[in-house]
Design a protein around this ligand. Sequence first.
Ligand SMILES: *Cc1c(COP(=O)(O)O)cnc(C)c1O
Length: 378
Amino acid sequence: MKNERIFLSRPHMGGTEISYIDDAFEKNWIAPLGENVTEFENDVKSYVNMSHAVALSSGTAAIHLALIECGVQKNDVVFCSTLTFCASANPILYQSGTPVFIDSEPNSWNMSAIALKKALEKYSEQGVTPKAVIVVNLYGQSANYNEIVNLCQEYNVTLIEDAAESLGSEYEGQMSGSIGDYSIFSFNGNKIITTSGGGMLLSNNKEDIEHSLFLATQARDQAIHYQHSELGFNYRLSNISAGIGRGQMEVLPQRIERRREIFNNYQKDLSNIPGVKFQQELPNSKSNRWLTALQIDYKQSGFTVQKVIEHLAEKNIEARPVWKPMHLQPLFEKYDYIAEDNDNAKALFENGICLPSSSDMSNEQQEKVIKEIKLLTQ
Ligand SMILES: *Cc1c(COP(=O)(O)O)cnc(C)c1O
């Protein structure tokens, strides 16, 4: 037990998940259909205050379907936050669209409204309106939506909110995942709650969500024989997985509270190290603090994030760099990138680190992480 591995973010069951799974077994609803799926959709949509939802096999699938509902086709331009996990951007390529990556702002680390404005101006001069803007809420922190929503309205662009990491976060009184025209969540194993793998697409547009459900279940036309007039997918969440999700929704408030507490402990104990700067919460917003993320300027601290990651790894502690921006990825580097003035996202990547943030991490384990980091300052 003493040297048990300390994970970045691992599943944390509440206890009731199993009863929903038992129920599915009793009723033999083992298919991607049944009460758990419907109730899980109801739980999430009422929690975030969106009218319609479809539970899916992943967050990636949810982004893919959102892009299809936006009408993204070959060569259509889609803007996307550059500082994110590849799953935000990959579905643009599934549709043979053209991604354009947008820089971060230094405080929230999320899409810079300044860079977004620059991009909208540049493309509108060429007569191009993006089919959608995918805005990511990184590590739980909401993007700065006031300006982003205004820009989207001004240029008539659909907003897809990638809230994969920010379930339960708030922005100016609005729940994360209720701001975009479409929003998506992920219930992958590393997220704040998990279904062992899953996602959800939400919108206030009933027809679009009904159509997404149709596409997610192989696009079967209304006929007794198997007839198809649209290209469908096998993207539905299973009733077993949804049962885990129902149990997890019951403990979400405690998970958020604990992750915020973990963040605050790190901040209290590490922010006096020179060059250390934690990801900031925007005014009037509340992050679920899915992962504690910070920057370490090695010129001031005397050690790099790589050094921290290596040192912690030796102690069986998992820490990670922040996402490598999409415009720096071999897969995406040929696409356009709009930076603020300096490349903020690149700087965040170079100096950024995520510390172990699992909600079931003990205080002793967190003290160990903090102690090991402090050793590097000597
Ligand atoms: C996890 C994640 C996704 C994808 O979710 P999956 O359920 O793993 O497909 C998308 N965007 C971001 C920002 C994520 O962190």
